[in-house]
Design a protein around this ligand. Sequence first.
Ligand code: SAM
Length: 157
Amino acid sequence: MKIKLLMVGKTDHKGLQSMIQEYRKRLGHYIRFEQEVLQPPKNTRNRSIPEQKQIEGEVILKAVSDSDSVILLDEQGKGYSSVEFAGELQKYMNAGTRQLVFIIGGPYGFSEAVYSRAQGRISLSSMTFSHQMVRLIFLEQLYRAFTILRNESYHHQ
Ligand SMILES: C[S@@+](CC[C@H](N)C(=O)[O-])C[C@H]1O[C@@H](n2cnc3c(N)ncnc32)[C@H](O)[C@@H]1O
């Protein structure tokens, strides 16, 4: 299986970039992993929030293939413990999933079209994080999940 992380908008924060890079590197020891930053057109800033979400949604959907399994990172999604999340990843691997795509939305979340395309929604907390912080928190959880599946000593109950 390959995991792809799609994110709307780039992060310029050097500290975050460096920690994200560290977890990407660690994750690469366990699974094929790719991340892609999606850049909505710049001339959308004067649009209403629903219009911006729709435009971002179109950009997101273009980046997803028909055969991908898609999970949204969404504060209103389902909450998992780290062990449960590791179990979910194992289920996708056991099912022969070729590419599992996780998506982090922009500042206003996802359009209805993106919600309809997704197979699932995962909440990392009922609190809202910035779309930039979520990248790091989620990558750490992905890495943690693979150490759990391998019975390594990173995770302690
Ligand atoms: C600033 S948040 C958007 C908040 C917006 N109110 C919404 O309805 O989604 C930007 C993105 O970060 C991610 N995000 C933020 N907090 C999250 C959480 N607790 N769990 C999972 N994803 C989260 C989601 O992908 C969201 O689209």
